[in-house]
Design a binder for this molecule. Structure first.
Ligand SMILES: [Fe+2]
Length: 499
């Protein structure tokens, strides 16, 4: 597909369909706001709205952060969940707030700043929501004129080419100033790709090459991107995909790009009839979990394998093994039996309710390319937000860092864990019974095992805490901690940038 074809296809299929007049939710957003405010759930600050930007503030530090973690942990997540007395119906709808935790030995400072998306600017000025979100349709409001008119810039961040990109997945990345978090505008990789989907989960090779995709459900394509370490686009093409599923993440080996395609399939008729983007997806387990393998050097070289039905948000890592019987790709991912996490759990928390469904489980997969056979094994460890040592990306790895659950009665995750995907042995650390753990990331330290840093919400103390662990002694607890004097709502993903 050449550039003109790509653009034509996106324009033909890329518009957001008109909403039917009955496009109402069962309950108005205002009802959800009342339910949230009336709830006595002790953890509900995890989904509260941050009223305004958070200025540069020193945290209270215990211990000393190792020299290797001197730098900045950037994080982002939904932080504007309600406006004008109306509350979104899904965690993933909220206006994105970018954070930077600047670490320097025994000092840590934090700053939080809303991404100045077109949507947020217009809605704050109006004092009310004007356009729908990913999982919430507002009755009688403006129809989105383009995917970027719904862009919440709230999922992840990527430092590239002098920008910190705030990533959504249904439209453009948003450029931020990494020193001030000030919004610079939308990122356009190439003129004909303006506004095209760009996922929140790019993969970065050891040489700095960035691989990414954009799922365009209405056009039925996966866009592939290859970007140089300098931030200049090298290639972009569209791959048609039948029964287009919800794809949030992928993984890159040294030679391949690998997509797990869960059977949560986009139904354009639902969208045209007024459903939210989320509610336009249909669970069709008979399709199984298709696995699309694409050759990195020649994107026309593709293979599809099949795993049993399941759902995922995230993968950890993948690598190629050359065996006597051909190439075998090994990968791991956080697998759920179905899509209730996105369809129910992350919706109900917005009115401070728990669904209590089992969490995803760390699962290892082998893809035998010569025979086309795919197998998987459940490691028996609940896991989300998997991350690996950044220098092992696409190479054989043993340890996956992840959040895990050690008790019920909490939304999301209660402990940080590290699991050996070859032995299944896992170690974890829990901050207490009233802490919700967010994504943690691995920080390299020369040839040693490195460090692990990440945040948790202490909802009893009403503050957010940044911790640093020795990567090979997670269960021993943090070697240093920085406690903010305020609580942040739960965020999604982050990245560490060394000083
Ligand atoms: Fe994600």
């Amino acid at each position: 597909m050449n550039r003109r074809d790509l653009l034509a296809r996106l324009l033909a299929g890329g518009g957001v369909p008109l909403l039917a007049p009955w496009a109402a939710q069962a309950q108005a957003p205002a009802d959800w706001q009342a339910q949230f405010e009336a709830s006595s759930a002790p953890w509900k600050s995890a989904f509260a709205t941050v009223p305004a930007d958070l200025p540069w503030t020193a945290a209270s530090v215990r211990g000393r952060f190792p020299d290797a973690v001197s730098g900045t942990l950037y994080r982002i997540g939904p932080a504007g969940h309600d406006l004008g007395g109306e509350r979104y119906h899904h965690w993933f709808d909220g206006d994105g707030m970018a954070h930077r935790f600047v670490i320097d030995g025994n000092t840590v400072h934090h700053q939080g700043r809303y991404v100045a998306t077109a949507k947020r600017l217009a809605e704050v000025q109006a004092g009310r929501r004007l356009t729908e979100g990913f999982g919430t349709v507002f009755q009688g409001r403006d129809e989105p004129s383009s995917p970027d008119s719904m862009n919440a810039a709230n999922i992840s961040v990527l430092p590239v080419g002098g920008d910190l990109l705030a990533l959504w997945e249904g439209g453009s990345a948003t450029r931020l100033d990494p020193r001030t978090l000030e919004t610079r505008g939308l990122k356009t990789w190439r003129a004909d790709l303006a506004g095209a989907p760009f996922s929140a989960h790019p993969r970065v090779d050891a040489d700095g090459t960035i691989w990414n995709f954009g799922a365009h459900p209405h056009a039925g394509v996966l866009l592939l991107y290859e970007i140089g370490p300098d931030g200049v686009l090298r290639r972009a093409e569209a791959l048609p995909v039948s029964d287009m599923p919800m794809v949030h993440d992928f993984v890159a080996t040294a030679r391949h790009l690998v997509f797990l395609l869960p059977p949560l399939v986009y139904d354009a008729q639902r969208r045209s009839a007024g459903a939210s983007v989320l509610d336009s997806y249909v669970w069709r387990p008979a399709l199984g979990m298709r696995v699309l393998v694409v050759d990195k050097t020649d994107w026309k070289q593709q293979q599809v394998l099949l795993l049993p039905s399941g759902f995922l948000f995230h993968l950890g890592n993948a690598w190629d093994e050359e065996t006597a019987s051909g190439t075998v790709i090994h990968l791991d991912y956080a697998r759920s039996a179905d899509a209730s996490s996105v369809l129910k759990d992350t919706r109900e928390v917005m009115r401070a309710r728990l669904v209590g469904a089992p969490g995803p489980v760390l699962t290892v997969v082998s893809l035998h390319l010569r025979t086309g056979k795919a197998t998987q094994a459940d490691l028996g460890v609940e896991a989300e937000f998997p991350r690996i040592h950044p220098q092992r990306a696409g190479l054989r790895h043993r340890h996956v860092l992840h959040a895990t659950k050690t008790n019920g009665g909490l939304p999301l995750w209660s402990a940080v864990a590290s699991t050996n995907v070859e032995t299944g042995v896992s170690q974890s650390y829990r901050h207490g019974t009233q802490a919700i753990v967010e994504e943690h990331v691995w920080v390299p330290d020369g040839r040693g095992p490195g460090w692990v840093i990440g945040t948790h919400l202490d909802y009893a103390q009403k503050n957010t805490v940044l911790s640093c662990f020795a990567a090979d002694a997670l269960a021993d607890g943090p070697v240093a901690q920085a406690r903010l004097s305020y609580a942040l709502p739960l965020g999604l993903h982050g990245v560490f940038v060394a000083a």
